[in-house]
Design a protein around this ligand. Structure first.
Ligand code: IPE
Ligand code: IPE
Ligand code: MG
Length: 247
């Protein structure tokens, strides 16, 4: 798609019905690389370029929350070299992008247990969170060592602790305040979930939050995911009839 077609597509977006929270399972980096006889890390590298672009596109569209699944609790199963490559890219991303992110008034948050990340990426992530904490144009919420089941179990443990401390009464626990115990505390549930790469599954992503999210799947690999695909997903989303169980 050329620039003109992409602009035309963008003009079809209803600016009064922009999803407030978009979540993306960034998938297909490895297969993208394999098709080109490149190492998997090259796919991750190309994928990072798409992250930079899509963050900017989302911010320009006035999306309030963008959640990106970058590393799951299951991704530790991968070869050591690949994990190291991913961690290096995370550090590189923060070091090269943080000033621009700050200038664009974007706040970085994370979901997942970042204490388990190696020291350098952990410190860079903490620095990014601290440096952007007062920004309010968009929240960039990155899933790092994130798993939906892990998040729910952690929430239950924290609730039990609060019950024990008398901070909350067991009978007052409900589906609304349960959300406060998730990593996404304070962030509304995603309106739209995008998963490229052809896989039709959640892979342990935002299991609690996604109850009424609209899904958009595509066969395209994440390194090929351009702004026009983002526009297409939003246009499709805007045609959906969200009933939330009503009529
Ligand atoms: C997504 O791409 C990136 C991460 C999970 C970190 P993959 O690495 O899963 O690529 P495929 O799915 O093997 O093609
Ligand atoms: C999901 O992709 C995790 C991220 C995108 C970070 P995976 O590639 O790990 O998921 P599966 O293994 O295909 O389900
Ligand atoms: Mg994958």
């Amino acid at each position: 798609m050329n620039k003109k077609e992409s602009i035309e597509l963008k003009s079809k977006i209803d600016i009064n019905n922009i999803p407030s929270h978009v979540a993306i399972i960034m998938d297909g980096n490895g297969r993208w690389a394999k098709e080109r006889f490149l190492p998997r890390t090259a796919g991750h590298q190309e994928g990072m370029k798409r992250v930079i672009e899509i963050v900017e596109v989302a911010e320009k569209l006035n999306i309030k929350y963008l959640s990106l699944y970058a590393f799951s609790t299951e991704n530790w199963k991968r070869p050591k070299e690949e994990i190291e490559g991913l961690m290096k890219l995370l550090v590189q991303y923060i070091r090269s992008e943080l000033n621009k992110i700050c200038k664009n008034n974007i706040r970085i948050q994370t979901m997942g247990d970042i204490s388990k990340l190696p020291e350098t990426p952990r410190k860079e992530v903490e620095r990014a969170i601290e440096k952007t904490k007062n920004n309010n144009k968009m929240v960039l919420n990155i899933g790092l060592n994130y798993g939906g089941r892990d998040e729910i179990v952690r929430a239950v443990k924290n609730i039990l602790e609060d019950v024990k401390m008398g901070k909350i009464n067991e009978k007052d626990i409900n589906t609304k305040n349960f959300s406060n115990y998730l990593y996404t505390n304070g962030i509304p549930d995603p309106d739209l979930l995008i998963r490229p790469s052809g896989e039709l599954r959640l892979s342990n992503f935002m299991l609690y939050q996604i109850a009424y999210t609209e899904f958009w799947f595509s066969d395209i690999y994440w390194p090929d995911f351009k702004e026009e695909h983002f526009y297409k997903a939003i246009i499709d989303y805007q045609k959906r009839d969200r009933r939330f169980g009503g009529i």
